[in-house]
Design a binder for this molecule. Structure first.
Ligand SMILES: [Zn+2]
Length: 285
């Protein structure tokens, strides 16, 4: 029952304030910090500015303190401490993962996450100031979660600035992949999602070419893995011929090209016919 008295005490001290997590990213975020803190914050939907959750309940951890021996020595009782994890402290776990931990090779954070004490109503207020948690480290090296007051507009700018940097880094990465046929397969849905986000936010003026090019493994050149179109009769990158008849007809390869080795008897007739017509045309000059 220890945690009930702790709960009463928190309420009495006015420390049980709700905490809000705002997600500007178009995908859900999930954090698991031990067994205690597991949250999923939904992703921002198309046409919306953000998604959010508000945490209202504390969670309780029960660290083991030891064994109390009864005075008469007949009975031992396990003793547990009660450690409340306030809503804002839970939200801080989110902040740590998405705004403080590096998420990519370039050392950037993912960004787009905002946490503060209070409900989502704060975000609609002009010049709102909110309390945010931070880890205060004492001279002896111990640390505890403290709060400070910040301007909500500034916090939002920090979240969006970090998000934009991460988004543009992802787009740049895909641009680089796209220039190298062997690496185009590294362009994944995450890159496309960030390209669409950048367009929505006017960070770019048009979608990059690689967004449209859905990489279908069947469309990759078997020789060099460059992206090709189903209608291509040869690879524009390495020159591998997919359809020798059309390639010959178009004058891209000569009669007897190595790709002719795979022609069927019927196809040989076709190329011989084309050659005969050409020889005839040439002879008639
Ligand atoms: Zn090729």
């Amino acid at each position: 029952m220890k945690h009930r008295s702790t709960l009463r005490q928190l309420k009495a001290e006015n420390r049980l304030q709700p905490a809000t997590i705002v997600n500007y990213n178009p995908f859900p975020l999930k954090v698991e910090a031990g067994a205690l803190i597991t949250f999923t914050v939904p992703g921002r939907k198309e046409g919306e500015e953000f998604a959010y959750i508000t945490i209202t309940e504390p969670k309780f951890a029960f660290p083991f303190k030891g064994v109390i021996s009864a005075a008469n020595g007949t009975e031992n009782v396990n003793d547990y401490d009660v450690l409340p994890v306030l809503p804002i402290q839970q939200a801080m776990e989110f902040f740590k993962v998405y705004m403080e931990s590096t998420q990519d090779m370039s050392g950037g954070v993912m960004g787009g996450v905002l946490i503060f004490e209070g409900t989502i109503a704060e975000l609609g207020k002009k010049n709102a100031e909110v309390r945010v948690p931070f880890l205060e480290i004492l001279e002896d090296g111990s640390a505890f979660v403290s709060t400070k007051t910040r301007k909500l507009d500034e916090l939002r700018n920090e979240a969006l600035t970090a998000q934009r940097a991460h988004c543009m880094a992802k787009i740049q990465q895909a641009n680089d992949f796209f220039t190298d046929p062997a690496k185009q397969k590294n362009i994944v849905s995450e890159h496309r999602m960030y390209a669409k986000l950048a367009l929505t936010e006017n960070w770019i003026t048009a979608l990059p070419a690689w967004v449209q090019s859905q990489v279908n493994p069947d469309d990759l050149c078997p020789k060099c893995h460059a992206q090709t179109r189903p209608t291509d009769y040869m690879c524009g990158n390495c020159g591998k011929v997919f359809d020798p008849i059309v390639a010959y007809q178009e004058g891209d390869i000569e009669y007897g090209h190595v790709s002719f080795q795979k022609l069927t008897a019927e196809e040989w007739k076709t190329v011989k016919k084309i050659k005969a017509e050409r020889d005839k045309a040439r002879g008639g000059e």
